[in-house]
Design a protein around this ligand. Structure first.
Ligand code: XLS
Ligand code: NI
Ligand code: NI
Length: 437
């Protein structure tokens, strides 16, 4: 096969002083930080749907993307060729993982059986390319939102036949994930939500969603798939209200239906901001529940209220995410998947490289800064001091479960009323972070 990016060779690490736009300034895959290499910490993944299927259209205009290797057809042949191009790209970039929806990699057929055959044909190529390059599948998922049959949702559709179809499609997608040795499988409820409560039996729909996921868990066990299952929170878009609203909502749902031991969360930055949260908040909520599985690393625009899926560029954001990830001991099967697309104006193939290089470098810096914050120790010390009253005396007794309201009342009456505690020192915290950035 002729290379599709003939002018571009493997992206090298050249260090912070390099001015080569096709080189990493910070991502040095073999560099060891806190006992792991950067590659092991960051586990970067290329999102097939954005990088190889997004034609860069918007509601006001046609696609602008120039992709000379793609004939624009829906043929299996084009899909197989595109898959080989995708691996050339990922290999040159030096990302160890990729992620896809079933319908990104292979065309939807005229029937489920035909769609399955199309998928099998492309999976054969993906498997060959994985073996040739050593690139692995971070996660797979099923597209349950593009086809008109899913207009009212998939597992939460009011139409039982659509639920059945979705189950069959997901069964196949899990088999494919298993076949390709995926580290995980994502459930993002593309249209699992509602546009109007007038026509919606919410309780019934959410019950159905839980049933669907229990069946998926059973099937995973049945075939021995070892990857992690994730659900991906998102508050809205395409529906007005998505049931997987944010991390806390997802955790509550998983607990309520006895699913928490079988699922972790795949957190996406832009979805966090749509929910009115900082990504750092979502990371802390998930990690506290032992459920931070994987991250869709992108960003929104502060002034645009929808899921713009831009490549991450903020050092603060990357630092915060990496601080939580280091604190939880690193990813196990998850990673940083660039669920991000180049802008409509960035239509040349080389822009795909610039975008990913930027995203990888910003997270490499975020990792270095997070590790520096931990090594410096001042932030942790300040936080520890802020809670010092819980380490001794009555605080320690409460934490140990030795007190009740009666004993606490006695204690309160026996000493002067507490006055204002020591300062929160927010500005000092912020200064220290900036010092280390
Ligand atoms: C869309 C979601 C989607 C999932 C995978 O907003 O982010 O891309 O990550 O279905
Ligand atoms: Ni996503
Ligand atoms: Ni998204």
């Amino acid at each position: 096969m002729n290379p599709s990016f003939p002018e571009i060779s493997k992206i090298p690490f050249e260090g912070p002083s390099s001015r080569n736009p096709l080189a990493f300034k910070h991502y040095d895959s073999a560099k060891v930080i806190e006992d792991r290499t950067m590659a092991e910490h960051l586990r970067f993944s290329v999102a097939y749907w954005h990088t190889f299927r997004n034609i860069l259209s918007d509601p006001f205009g046609a696609g602008t993307a120039i992709r000379p290797w793609d004939d624009g057809s829906n043929s299996v042949e084009n899909a197989c060729h595109r898959a080989r191009v995708a691996f050339e790209f990922i290999e040159k970039l030096g990302a160890p993982f990729y992620a896809f929806h079933d319908r990104d990699v292979a065309p939807e057929g005229a029937s489920l059986a035909e769609s399955n055959r199309n998928l099998d044909a492309v999976v054969k190529v993906l498997k060959e390319e994985q073996q040739r390059t050593g690139i692995k599948l971070l996660w797979a998922t099923a597209c349950l939102f593009t086809h008109p049959r899913f207009a009212h949702g998939a597992a939460t559709s009011p139409n039982a036949d659509v639920f059945v179809y979705a189950a069959a499609q997901v069964k196949k997608a899990i088999e494919v994930a298993h076949e390709l040795g995926a580290e995980g499988y994502v459930f993002w409820g593309g249209r699992e939500g509602y546009s109007s409560l007038w026509n919606t039996d919410m309780k019934r729909e959410v019950d159905h969603l839980a049933k669907f996921l229990h069946m998926a868990v059973d099937y995973k066990k049945q075939i021995g798939f070892q990857g992690d299952f994730y659900i991906e929170p998102k508050p809205r878009e395409p529906t007005k209200h998505q049931y997987d609203f944010d991390a806390a909502t997802c955790l509550n749902f998983l607990r309520e239906y006895g699913l928490l031991e079988h699922f972790k969360l795949n957190l996406e930055t832009n979805h966090a901001t749509l929910a009115g949260h900082a990504m750092h908040h979502e990371c802390e909520v998930a990690a506290a529940a032992g459920a931070l599985g994987s991250v869709d690393a992108n960003t929104g625009d502060e002034l645009i209220g929808w899921d713009t899926d831009q490549f991450p560029t903020s050092l603060y954001l990357a630092t915060q995410v990496m601080l939580t990830i280091l604190k939880m001991g690193g990813f196990t099967k998850g990673g940083l998947n660039f669920d991000a697309k180049v802008r409509r104006e960035s239509f040349e193939p080389v822009d795909l490289f610039y975008a990913h290089i930027g995203g990888m470098d910003v997270f490499a810096r975020g990792l270095k800064i997070a590790a520096a914050i931990r090594a410096d120790g001042r932030l942790a010390e300040l936080v520890k001091n802020r809670y010092a009253s819980w380490d001794v005396g009555i605080g320690a007794a409460i934490e140990a479960g030795q007190e009740d309201f009666t004993s606490l009342e006695k204690h309160a009456l026996s000493q002067p009323d507490p006055v204002q505690h020591t300062s929160g020192r927010q500005e000092l915290f912020e200064n220290i972070v900036n010092e280390l950035i």
